[in-house]
Design a protein. Structure first.
Length: 316
């Protein structure tokens, strides 16, 4: 029997703690599926939107962009063979999300889990993994070229590994990354500050801020690429017809509004291949810190304060 009620954590207003409430589940649209969540991933975008409410969420919105679970119902246009599939997903910030027992998502926006990958591990992956993949995909192939990566959180630790697989020489700009981890990731050189860096890079991928990315444009060679993961550079740094820098922005969430079916099919196929590589140990990811579903607000605080990847045991 399909569930009719949904126990979830709901948005109250900007800066306030989430509150738990059980509400009716709406009917599925023809192209949607219902997922019974087993685990819910917490990302910085979640607590930032809860704190600042840039989209003017209504009271009662369920946050959470990442989750993993089992398909338990399908819309009229979707093959019922999907029922029982174990999947992970990235949800739109405009829709009710993963901090719930059940989440409704578009059927073409899920990735099947590799065999033996846990729900808890899978729930930690969609946002950072797909964001890193988008960032690297912005660059034209150029084996051996130098790429500087700034900001070594969960996203850019994956970015580094994807760059190495594409045969780039990767440098990092980080005040906290230790040399042992840098070596394990395949980073050639770790720079602690940008003052002594020279104009030597084919590309810079920045996960700090638009202002930081703007400052790093000076390190690019002619025809270089700047990829901004946090925000975007609004105005080119150089005059026209000089170094002819290419400016790129990464906004995974925007794909929910502007991506067509082909874009989502391609991304989910790529994502499933990446999940298989992670499960096989070809790409390394830190194990997440696990919290019970009842400790939602504590888990959000932990994510914000420690920057560790944090996951809710939604089924517990």
């Amino acid at each position: 029997m399909t569930a009719t009620k949904n126990k979830a954590w709901h948005f109250d207003r900007a800066g306030r703690a989430l509150y738990q409430e059980e509400t009716p589940l709406p009917d599925l649209a023809p192209d949607e599926i219902l997922i019974e969540n087993k685990a819910s991933g917490i990302n910085p975008v979640d607590w930032k939107f809860i704190e600042d409410d840039p989209l003017n969420w209504p009271k009662g919105r369920i946050p959470g962009v990442d989750g993993a679970g089992e398909v338990v119902a399908t819309g009229a246009e979707i093959d019922e063979a999907m029922i029982g599939q174990q999947v992970t997903y990235h949800q739109s910030l405009q829709q009710n999300g993963s901090f719930a027992a059940f989440t409704i998502v578009k059927a073409n926006r899920v990735m099947q889990l590799p065999r033996n990958m846990s729900f808890e591990f899978a729930a930690a992956l969609p946002c950072p993994m797909l964001t890193a993949w988008h960032a690297v995909s912005k660059l034209p192939p150029s084996p051996g070229a130098k790429v500087l990566v700034a900001g070594l959180g969960a996203v850019n630790k994956l970015t580094v590994q994807f760059l190495k697989r594409a045969d780039y020489e990767v440098h990092a700009l980080s005040g906290s990354l230790d040399e042992e981890e840098a070596s394990a990731l395949g980073i050639t050189t770790v720079h602690r500050n940008k003052e002594n860096l020279s104009r030597q890079y084919f590309a810079v991928i920045d996960a700090v801020s638009a202002d930081n990315a703007t400052e790093l444009v000076s390190l690019l060679q002619a025809n270089g690429h700047i990829v901004c993961i946090q925000g975007r550079i609004e105005k080119p740094v150089d005059p026209a017809f000089t170094r002819t820098i290419s400016y790129h922005e990464v906004a995974l969430g925007a794909l929910h509004q502007y991506g067509d079916e082909e874009a989502w099919t391609t991304l989910m196929k790529d994502g499933e291949a990446l999940l298989e590589d992670i499960q096989a140990g070809l790409v390394t990811v830190d194990d997440p810190v696990l919290f019970p579903f009842s400790e939602m607000n504590h888990a959000l605080s932990h994510s914000r304060q420690t920057k560790e990847k944090t996951v809710l045991d939604t089924a517990g």
